[in-house]
Design a binder for this molecule. Structure first.
Ligand code: TPP
Length: 586
């Protein structure tokens, strides 16, 4: 017995099922799945540049006969949707299982969406584990289902299942031979002449899958009282059994397709049938589409965010004590860029020049929050570069503020590069800032093409970012130290003023502080502080202001000695401790 998170259990299940190839792009709450899979013997696992590429690499390996695990967060499935929906036509050779990890409540995502709809759209089975033991078992079975029905299979998890640790009975690895690959264009070449018959194959397979779900062990009825029956799956199941111990439950392990006869039989066995699900009406719609009546909740179930046992109880009209209100005097603790983060000065300088900043997704999205507050937009990965091009197109011929895109190195590799090619190709203008902190920091410091670190630490090569930009034919490319205020200011001035009508790209290159936490002597505020607040406007968590006097102070336990703040002080009131003071000082 082991204590595993849902993500670790999916990795274990895939390994036990004999999967040999793992492909992924990181994204919360899916990331640890591939990190864990990569640690097993006999597997090859890699980070791909994005989720579409991951699914395509995975489908290549599946066609070649290997069992493959692909993992991504829900928005990653959007990126991968193109190959996924057609992979559902080709089918597989070796089993192909894709983890779609959803984030109801948006703990670390830009939206909440229900990946079930992709299973429905693609006609691929979707399996919803409710805890880690099921995560392992479902992953193991997913590979069998994939090969038996010649179809990619989705495991749909949510943050609660992916990140909660529960006990798991682990098993042995099954030795699965590479299946022979045979050339068969009618299966693998999806052009209209071959795709039309494959669509028919898909429809026949739908019926076979429907028949399978009726008896499949992943669905089960827990019969209790006959007043209330609840259909649920995944994390919602745990909330339902805790909130409504008397209710009968149809726990769906397979959420597409639904077992029609089983649902009808269950509905007939209870007075009132409810469907409890998180942040979506996918399951409700599916049950209704079978012609089964679904009751309205007496008090309504939230349509957004994560559920909890209390919310489920309340939906059924039970009194549940409210959480105590947070007292007014509790200080807010909004997320902030780390002390010493190399992204900080770029945002400070962008707000100084009042640029229109099209942002992107990564740690640097925090540049949108006060006091930096210098980001205008953030949509999806790669959008900074394409949206800045759009701004420039719409504003051309007008007097306008400089338009600047800000994107991280991993995000640039993910999809920013193809956006930039669009700008170059169409002779667009504007400034693109690539914040190259040598890692994919936001999701836990994974490798990416621009730092050349691979998932299993295999030998690689670091892509030369400046070389890539120059090879695209961009004339104005500069490499800047983001900790140096004057360098940052000057580079932005040149790009946004002197080269205002051209495209320029500035690479701000310095490692994330969490990669190289150098112990430099910390800074302190001397008696010359005039309480002007400029240093505090950098939003460094080490800097605060005294309540009565507004004088600045620096917390030595947080300061890492980057010296960014000292460059902004007009009164020489920020000084660095001498190096000799370092011994055990903090
Ligand atoms: C389509 C998609 N895939 C994955 C993610 C998860 N994610 C958010 S930011 C990010 C990468 C951030 O790395 P980088 O651009 O290098 O910026 P940093 O955090 O290092 O500043 C990832 C993978 C996402 N939000 N959307």
């Amino acid at each position: 017995m082991e204590l595993l998170s849902g993500n670790e259990a999916i990795a274990r299940g895939a390994w036990e099922a004999g999967a040999t190839i793992g492909v992924a792009y990181p994204g919360t709450p899916s990331t640890e799945t591939m990190e864990s899979f990569a640690t097993y013997d006999g597997v090859y696992a890699e980070w791909c540049t994005n989720e579409k590429v991951a699914v395509e690499v995975g489908m290549g390996a599946s066609a070649a006969g290997a069992r493959v695990l692909a993992t991504m967060k829900h928005v990653g499935v959007n990126v991968a949707a193109d190959p996924l929906l057609t992979a559902a036509y080709t089918g597989v050779n070796g089993g192909f299982v894709i983890l779609a990890a959803d984030d109801p409540g948006m703990y670390s995502s830009q939206n909440e969406q229900d990946s079930h709809f992709y299973a429905l759209a693609a006609h691929i089975p979707s399996l919803d584990p409710s805890d880690s033991a099921e995560a392992l078992e479902f992953a193991r079975q997913a590979f069998e289902v994939s090969e038996r029905f010649d179809v990619p299979v989705m495991i749909r998890s949510t943050v609660r299942v992916s990140h909660t640790k529960t006990p798991v009975e682990v098993g042995e690895r099954k030795n699965v031979e590479l299946k022979p690959y045979e050339k068969d264009p009618s299966k693998w070449v999806m052009m209209p002449a071959y795709a039309k018959p494959r669509r028919k194959v898909q429809l026949v397979r739908d019926e076979q899958l429907r028949a399978w779900t009726e008896t499949c062990s992943l669905n089960r009825v827990e019969k209790k009282g006959s007043d209330i029956g609840v259909i649920c799956a995944g994390a919602a199941y745990q909330h339902v059994v805790e909130a409504l111990p008397e209710a009968s439950v149809l726990k769906l392990g397979v959420t597409w397709p639904l077992p029609k006869a089983l649902v009808e039989e269950f509905a007939a066995s209870v007075e009132k049938l409810y469907v409890v699900e998180e942040g979506s009406e996918y399951l409700t719609g599916q049950v209704k589409s079978l012609g089964v009546a679904v009751s309205e909740f007496p008090s309504g179930l939230p349509k957004d965010g994560e559920l909890s046992p209390g919310l489920v109880k309340r939906a059924f009209g039970f009194e549940v004590p409210e959480h105590a209100e947070t007292p007014d005097d509790v200080p807010g603790r909004p997320p902030a860029l780390c002390a010493g983060c190399p992204h900080r000065l770029v945002f400070k300088e962008l707000s100084r020049i009042k640029a229109i900043v099209t942002g992107d997704i990564g740690c640097y999205t925090l540049g949108a929050l006060p006091p930096l507050a210098s980001m205008d937009t953030c949509l999806d990965m790669g959008a900074s570069v394409s949206m800045s091009h759009g701004f420039e197109l719409a504003l051309s011929g007008t007097e306008h503020r400089p338009v600047v895109a800000v994107i991280g190195d991993s995000t640039f590799g993910h999809s920013g590069l193809s956006s930039l090619i669009t700008t170059v190709y169409n002779r667009g203008a504007g400034t693109v800032c690539i914040l190259d902190n040598r890692t994919t920091a936001m999701t836990g410091r994974q490798g990416n093409p621009f730092n050349g670190v691979t998932l299993q630490k295999r030998e690689s090569r670091e892509l030369d970012l400046v070389g890539v930009l120059e090879a695209l034919g961009i004339d104005n490319v500069s490499l800047v130290n983001p900790h140096d205020m004057k360098e940052v200011r000057n580079a932005l001035k040149v790009a946004t003023k002197d080269q205002a009508d051209e495209l320029s790209v500035i690479v701000f290159k310095a490692p994330c502080v969490l990669l190289h936490r150098e112990r430099k002597p910390y800074y302190f505020v001397n008696g010359d502080c005039r309480a002007c607040g400029v240093c505090a406007s950098l939003g460094c968590p080490a800097i605060s202001r005294e309540p009565e006097t507004n004088l600045a102070s620096i917390d030595p336990s947080q300061c890492i000695g980057c010296g960014q703040c000292a460059q902004y002080c007009g009164f020489a009131a920020i000084e660095q401790m001498p190096a000799s003071s370092m011994g055990g000082a903090r």
